[in-house]
Design a protein around this ligand. Structure first.
Ligand code: UDP
Ligand code: MG
Length: 324
């Protein structure tokens, strides 16, 4: 019988997680005609989440707990769970009930029918404000320009990936990562399922705008060097434009004696240009610094995450258990 691995990142989910697992997820898993394992990655929760999921793992041999030594972020937690998974397919799902577990059989069906990456897409049935819509449009546009050609707007990390994809995914080592962006980059046969992103069962979302913006920047930078090239083009354009303008001023003012009456003063022109160019240099420097910081992080070769403890009732894991 084939095995399905569920990977769930959990961070400060003490209020809703038991309910999510026992009322929403477990009934679906029990219905499946597959073996299953559930890998819960505790991403350095500050509340009682770890104790709760350790207790659950003690009672249920399907559950395996990986506890990070601190918060490494959802993208890394997903990655760690995927590294750990042994299933023929790996399904990733949020711990807060916003991604409906009742669709899991549909994901598996599409996988059995040949889909190597089955992706949950939100948005089709949702009403969003104009700004949210524009923001996400812009994000996917940019992703497309940055070389991730087949990203469907609204793709989420509610998805199922085949073993082949998992093995390739596990070879990727970059630090600044958006898991779903990496998967989209990898290719493979993709199938899509539309779903409605529900409400949280309990607690608060821990992603805020600042975090998301940082993630977006990280992923653009790790995916391509296009930003560097864009600034090269802007720089060239400005140099060209100021050259043309300079020639115009020389001809208009000095050769023809200012027939239009613009009364240029050299200082005005100069100061405008200098501040403009200084701004440009600063921007391109900042972008360069971003790249260098990424190179720095990769060159350090630190592990992507640190596991504090593992827990599972399976004997084969006993040797790995550091602290119970
Ligand atoms: N999460 C995580 N580490 C974090 C933040 C979130 O593992 O630093 C988990 C969280 O427990 C949940 C999922 O990632 O299972 C999605 O998080 P959240 O609901 O905060 O984000 P959103 O629903 O806004 O995408
Ligand atoms: Mg959520």
């Amino acid at each position: 019988m084939k095995t399905i691995s569920l990977v769930i990142p959990v961070y400060n989910e003490e209020k809703g997680f038991r309910k999510f697992y026992h009322e929403l997820l477990e009934p679906e898993l029990k219905k499946l005609k597959y073996n299953y394992e559930v890998i819960l990655v505790d991403d350095g929760s500050k509340d009682k989440t770890l104790g709760i999921i350790q207790d659950m793992a003690e009672k249920d041999s399907h559950i395996k707990v990986l506890a990070f030594s601190r918060n490494f972020g959802k993208e890394v937690a997903l990655t760690a769970g995927i590294h750990e998974a042994i299933g023929d397919a790996v399904m990733t799902i949020d711990a807060d009930g916003q991604q409906p577990p009742e669709l899991i059989p549909e994901f598996i069906e599409k996988w059995e029918a040949g889909g190597e990456i089955v992706i949950g897409v939100r948005g089709k049935y949702e009403k969003h404000g104009l700004i949210a819509k524009l923001g996400s449009k812009l994000f996917y546009r940019m992703l497309k320009h940055m070389g991730v050609k087949d990203t469907v707007p609204g793709s989420t990390d509610f998805r199922l990936i085949d073993r082949v994809v998992v093995d390739e995914f596990n070879k990727l080592t970059e630090h600044g990562r958006i898991t779903r962006g990496l998967m989209d980059w990898m290719g493979f046969k993709k199938v899509y399922i539309d779903y409605i992103y529900g409400n949280r069962l309990a607690g608060k979302p821990s992603y805020n705008f600042k975090k998301l913006f940082g993630l977006a920047i990280d992923s653009f930078i790790s995916l391509s060097t296009t930003p560097l090239i864009i600034f090269g083009w802007i720089g060239s354009f400005i140099t060209f434009a100021s050259f043309v303008l300079g020639v115009f001023v020389i001809i208009e003012e000095f050769i023809m004696g200012d027939p239009i009456g613009l009364k240029w003063t050299g200082t005005t022109c100069l100061s405008i240009f200098i501040s403009f160019l200084v701004g440009l240099v600063l921007i391109s420097q900042a972008i360069m610094a971003l790249y260098i910081s990424h190179i720095h992080a990769e060159a350090q070769g630190r592990p992507l995450y640190i596991i504090d403890r593992r827990q599972s009732r399976n004997l084969q894991d006993a040797g790995k258990t550091k602290k119970a």
